[in-house]
Write a protein that binds this ligand. Sequence first.
Ligand code: ZN
Ligand code: ZN
Length: 628
Amino acid sequence: MNPATVPKIIVTPTSPHPSTFFPELKQCKTSRDIKPFHARMIKTGLIHDQLAAAEILRFCALADRDIAYANLIFQQMDTPNCFSWNTIIRAFSEGGNEDESLHALYLFVEMLQSDFVQPNRFTYPSVLKACAQLRGVREGNQIHGMVKKLDLEHDEFVLSNLMRMYVVCGEMNHASLLFDSSVELIKGNVVLWNVMLDGFIRLGNLDSARKLFDEMPQRSVVSWNSMISGYSQNGLFKEAVDLFRDMQTEKIKVNYVTLVSVLPAVSRLGAIELGKWMHLYADRNNIQIDEILGSALVDMYSKCGNVERAIEIFESLPRRNVITWNAIINALAIHGRAEDALDHFRRMESEGVEPNDVTYIGLLTACSHAGLVQTGRLVFDRMINQTGLKPRIEHYGCFVDLLSRAGLLEEAEGIISNMSIQPDDVIFKTLLAGCKMHKNIEMGKRIAERLMEMVPNDSGSYVALSNMYASLGNWDEVSKVRLMMKKMEVRKDPGCSWIEIDGEIHEFFVEDEANAMDKEIRLMLGEMSRELSLLGYTPDTTQVLLNVDEEEKGSGLNYHSEKMAIAYGLIAMSPQTIIRVVKNLRICDDCHASIKLFSRIYNRKIIVRDRKRFHHFENGVCSCMDYW
Ligand code: ZN
Ligand code: ZN
């Protein structure tokens, strides 16, 4: 029945009192259950009882969240009381979308104009929430003014929403002022601290966030989760995982959000033991593995080198959204299983899930790793001409990578010149790598010079150019490039590798070798070098001296971080376990050749994930077949 069509009935004194009517309300679960009561109330005129009507409204608006029906009830009220106004404004402000938030503000203005009610301390939190949702700092400021006049600034619910509004609108100064002026209130109120913490994290100011986190008189699981996800989202993966460990030491109960926040960091560090532990934890604690957590697990297993497990998880999920499909397609792509990735793409479409631009990055990566030029062309063409998706620099990057690897350098260069967006240095570096691989010096030089103009202090172009000359034995040109680098004070990224042993992550930097390197590791590295020379492996010394890698080699010892990590793995891990190392840069020729031999000498499976891909070393060969 549409309440709008029912004529209003005057309240009679014989109407049943709400308390006799409302016990039944408790049994209602949805607004459908409530409709018969509502109808009876209209018939009996009880609807004109402010308190009774407010109860029905509250149920529909907040318990069942049927906002359309709630709004209808509200519009039918003769003179809604303050409680009803607050209920309907709150319902709209909690909708989480802009239209509903805007409606909450309209209602608030109407409320201000009403002769019967005035907003109170329960109205403002909702109104401020709506301002935050709309990023309406001007409106928020006006509300702040009203709050001040009513002396509600230091009401804790108003205050936390006021601060949150400023934080969400990026006005951290306003939030800080409020926080600092509420000395008494902040003492026992972890919510206010969490708002501030969130503010610093949103600004990407992790140092201030951590300082605040350490100063907090008490922390809730929300505080831990925000700090961990702050680290994770800003690329501070080791910090994220370390904090997660502290959380366990302090016996804070890990929840769903914690797992979703820390898993990306675990993936990036390749810390499979920790990842497995989290998976087990979710199973044992009945944490639901939904599409989001499931996608994070698929991503974790694949980035930690276990693509089979990633597939199992994927298949076991009750529901899959576009993120889940992207995770599995990308997993198959980075493990070189292009046909499987394409099969999953077809399955995704047949199950009616709309691919997005990330899906196409996965597909192009798959084609690129497997050298499927024609398929890659079709995928790229389809994305641009049939889906209406706008290609991002990453799509062009993958496609240029595919063409350059296949030696189609002119076609790749053509793509770059006809891009609908400005090409960046990464895409030129991709083409340059192709020039190096296919020994096209002429184009290589042209691209390298262009790169040196674009990013003069970046080592990439110098490295590639120098390596190109080195591969031709043109040592004159190599030393010229080196000199140029010195003049320009080109800095290289510090190389860094991680290895996880017994759930703990150990980090190795190239600088370590001079000062802090463990004696045991140094001895092990010495032994490893001797084993290599026994097998007759001697890196071409001229090449080592003049060839420029992505990272500098240590002056005396010539150890890259991945070698140190492997040495430590050989010492500290039991003989049958696979040694898994993650490296932030591309693995160099010398390390690649040595690790192949180590896998044979020590009869160990060694898996190294470098910036580009996985290398599975076993019995003296690598899964990349020396093509990376
Ligand atoms: Zn190396
Ligand atoms: Zn390899």
